[in-house]
Design a protein. Structure first.
Length: 486
């Protein structure tokens, strides 16, 4: 057998190097209500299961208290799996086409999302009116029509935490090549519903990775300064930069979506969308296996704005509309780039806990979002992150197997001393520590990551937690010690 690393082993290696994997399934059922681009029916979510896994230097949590290498959340367990007071939303009675360019509202720590206010036919398309989803003031929750939930990401690749916000101080995270949105096995293929799905990753803020106070972690927001800009307030560093939005299947366009576009779109030459004289001639070509921009809604749109859903240089050639923006998504075409061409997906600060609000929605302004796409019934979405910029394939690796064996056994952490100790106020607390062993690597005590919030100057109950992974990336179950200061 050649020492050349075979393709299957390489793929296995790439998968094992994931920093996070998120797999989710949505059952999509068509109903009679109409939305937009172009008049697409509302789609309902009856289940939405999320599983997230992590390997070296990353832990995940849904409640800011329980940290693990894997978390799971469903529509049924969203409240119980998440923290008290969370504002997660599972879409209500259905997913409605929405539109956004990822702008963040720093006062509400929410992403700005727009929904259809009205849609009417024109001689060469559809006049659009849109209004902002009311999820941003007076304690209003996230609204129905899209999925939103908080995921807390603890990145402990390093011991230094830089509190001031600078993207130059953060490390690169890449979207894995196996991230995908597809029609599930029980769905109806070739309708194109999967081509309009978007996943937005909105980083709200972060604190030091050693933080253990749950209220501080779950309460992370944009931490606005006196001028209303994100800043460092107390322990919290506000982020709220424009959300990173992933567009899967950016080059895929089913024949029926193309046919709908070809039938309904005419070039626009005039300002008044209600006038037949404003339309005439052919629109730009849409073909399968070619990427086209999405002109997403950036602000409220009134009837007096005269916006047609096809407005844009690539479609009806009209470029005077200012409330639709050609948004620069992170696409599947970028996902598969390799080596130095591989673009960063998001950035995370070392030794930090970052609150990431994830939005999953159907982009109403996507040209693939046509009326009959909703019969697809069921879509499957999975995504993952990796810190790996280069793979064996990228450098044409020719050498020993870099992934020998199949070590899947997690190490074990054992506390040294009692699981609960009591110390006097004002005294010095010396933690007894813990040991860790692995069936393959042996003693890996020196790899243990210890987090402690013990403050002996103030009476109270504190926690010391211990986390470790073996050299194959398997994590031990987190162990903790309770410290009572009285």
């Amino acid at each position: 057998m050649s020492s050349k690393y075979n393709g299957r082993a390489k793929r296995t290696k790439r998968i094992q190097k994931l920093v996070a994997i998120c797999a989710l399934t949505a059952v999509v059922i068509s109903v009679s209500t109409y939305a937009w681009f172009i008049g697409m029916r509302t789609v309902s979510v009856s289940s939405f299961d999320v599983e997230v896994a992590a390997t070296d230097s990353l832990l995940l949590s849904l409640d800011g208290a329980k940290w693990a290498t894997t978390v799971s959340i469903t529509k049924e367990t969203a409240s119980s799996a998440s923290y008290t007071g969370n504002t997660n939303s599972w879409g209500g009675s259905g997913l409605l086409p929405m539109s956004t360019i990822g702008d963040m509202d720093t006062s509400a720590s929410r992403m700005k999302i727009f929904e259809k206010a009205s849609i009417a036919t024109t001689k060469g398309g559809y006049r659009l009116m849109a209004s902002r989803v009311h999820n941003y003031e007076n304690g209003n929750p996230e609204q129905n029509g899209y999925v939103a939930f908080d995921l807390f990401v603890k990145n402990f690749s390093g011991t230094q935490y830089i509190q001031d916000l600078s993207i130059l101080d953060e490390e690169d995270i890449y979207l894995t090549v196996d991230s995908a949105v597809t029609v599930a096995s029980s769905g109806v293929a070739n309708t194109g519903i999967e081509n309009s799905v978007r996943v937005a990753f909105a980083q709200i803020g972060r604190v030091a990775g050693t933080t253990t106070d749950v209220d501080t972690i779950t309460g992370i927001d944009c931490a606005k300064d006196a001028e209303g800009n994100p800043s460092v307030i107390g322990e919290v560093t506000g982020i709220c930069r424009t959300a990173q939005i992933w567009e899967p299947n950016d080059k895929a366009h089913v024949a029926n979506a193309i046919s709908w576009y070809d039938t309904s779109c005419l070039a626009r030459t005039g300002a008044d969308v209600t006038s037949a004289a404003s339309y005439g001639g052919a629109c730009g070509t849409v073909a399968n296996n070619t990427a086209y921009p999405t002109y997403a809604v950036s602000t409220d749109i009134a009837s007096t704005d005269n916006v047609d859903v096809y407005d844009g240089a690539e479609y009806n050639t009209y470029e005077s509309t200012t409330k639709l923006v050609a948004y620069d998504y992170f696409t599947d075409s970028e996902k598969i780039l390799t080596g130095t061409n591989r673009p960063t997906f998001i950035k995370l600060a070392p030794n930090s806990i970052t609150k990431v609000r994830i939005y999953i929605y159907i982009e109403g302004q996507d040209v693939d979002n046509y009326d009959f796409a909703s019969i697809g019934k069921k879509i499957a979405v999975k995504f993952g992150f990796t810190k790996e910029r280069y793979t064996e394939e990228d450098i044409e690796y020719d050498g020993p197997d870099t992934n020998p064996g199949t070590d899947t056994v997690a190490p074990v952490i054992t506390l040294t001393g009692d699981a609960s100790v009591t110390v006097a106020v004002g005294s010095t607390y010396n933690d007894a520590g813990a040991t860790a062993t692995d069936v393959v690597d042996g003693d890996i005590t020196d790899k243990i990551i210890t987090n402690s919030d013990v403050d002996t100057s103030i009476a109270g109950t504190y926690t010391v937690t211990y986390t470790v992974s073996d050299w194959a990336g398997n994590y031990a179950e987190t162990v903790s010690r309770t410290v009572i200061v009285e």
